[in-house]
Design a protein around this ligand. Structure first.
Ligand code: ADP
Length: 301
């Protein structure tokens, strides 16, 4: 019996991809897709050629997170063409194949596996530096498939996204043990939503407005005056814990499990807005003063 022709085809496709990174989470809603999208924006912003593959088949969020809703996949003689945000950032998601974004995908494992295989075999990425794979939460059929299909060509590793609470960390432990079992290196764990950061300007605004009973206009003048005369004060952050992290959060869990802790990203209304609008948080109108530097330092690691 010769080699599996599908694996041969995948290996050929992947031969033009330098690095493959999986983004995983134990639970849904912890910010995995937001991280995958912003990681891709950041890498593309560093002039790398980047592909982002969304294999969250039941909940594809990449079309929205990259402001690409309504786009369709085209086929050329080279294969399926990703949808491009920029010349150096291409995206592939089942979300582009659904007639409308409210459509539910009710598929069993084998059909999901077939689609993942097809994404790996048939998408023409060209020569790229990074393929970021946004996986569904948990450790299900999709994870086993992607690892099995990619392993022959080498996976650089997985980044696991979590929130600080123990309920999320329990599932991260499972994710780490999954990676160990299947032989995928854990590049590290990112603690997301690890506290609420508001700029002092926002806090001042609310206080001045509500406690002193000033009008919005006068409050705005006060803030403008602060911005000009004391910008460092405006950038000072008011930080508060949101989740119970008496268990030590992700950092302690990483120490216990012997995996790298990459850093934490605060719960940031600006980041939520950038993600909702499908924009990069690193530049332009949606630049996030608090979370972008945190994400940047994680990505540089
Ligand atoms: P997951 O992929 O883990 O299900 P998402 O990336 O879809 O989670 O994030 C869930 C929601 O939380 C989204 O609306 C996203 O914009 C928001 N979000 C994620 N991370 C942050 C953050 N650090 N600050 C504010 N909002 C965030």
């Amino acid at each position: 019996k010769g080699p599996d022709p599908d694996l041969v085809a995948i290996a050929e496709r992947m031969s033009t991809v330098k690095h493959k990174i999986l983004v995983l989470s134990g639970k849904g809603g912890v910010g995995k897709s937001t991280f995958s999208a912003q990681l891709s924006f950041a890498l593309a912003g560093m002039d790398h050629q980047v592909g982002l593959m969304d294999i969250d088949i039941c909940g594809p969020s990449m079309p929205k997170m990259l402001a690409l809703e309504g786009h369709e996949i085209h086929q050329s003689n080279l294969g399926w063409s990703p949808v491009y945000v920029e010349d150096n950032l291409g995206v592939m998601s089942i979300g582009f194949m659904l007639p409308n974004s409210d459509e539910a995908v009710v598929w069993r494992g084998p059909r999901k596996n077939a689609l993942i295989k097809q994404f790996l075999k048939d998408v023409y990425w060209g020569e790229i530096d990074y393929l970021v794979v946004d996986a569904p939460p948990g450790t299900s059929d999709e994870h086993i498939s992607i690892v099995q299909y990619l392993q022959a060509t080498g996976i650089d590793g997985a980044i696991i996204v979590t929130t600080p609470q123990e309920v999320s960390l329990i599932d991260v432990r499972k994710e780490v043990s999954f990676c160990k079992k299947v032989g995928v290196p854990v590049l590290g764990v990112v603690e997301n939503m690890s506290g609420l950061c508001q700029s002092l300007a926002d806090v001042t605004f609310m206080k001045v407005q509500s406690e002193l009973g000033l009008s919005v206009d006068v409050t705005q003048d006060v803030i403008s005056c602060l911005r000009i005369n004391a910008p460092e004060l405006v950038n000072f952050l008011a930080y508060s814990e949101v989740f119970d992290r008496s268990g030590g959060g992700a950092e302690r869990m990483c120490r216990e499990m012997g995996v790298p802790f990459l850093g934490s990203v605060p719960l940031d209304p600006q980041l939520c807005k950038a993600a909702e609008q499908g924009k990069s948080c690193f530049e332009g109108d949606n630049k996030c003063s608090v979370s972008a530097p945190a994400l940047k330092s994680i990505i540089e690691k």
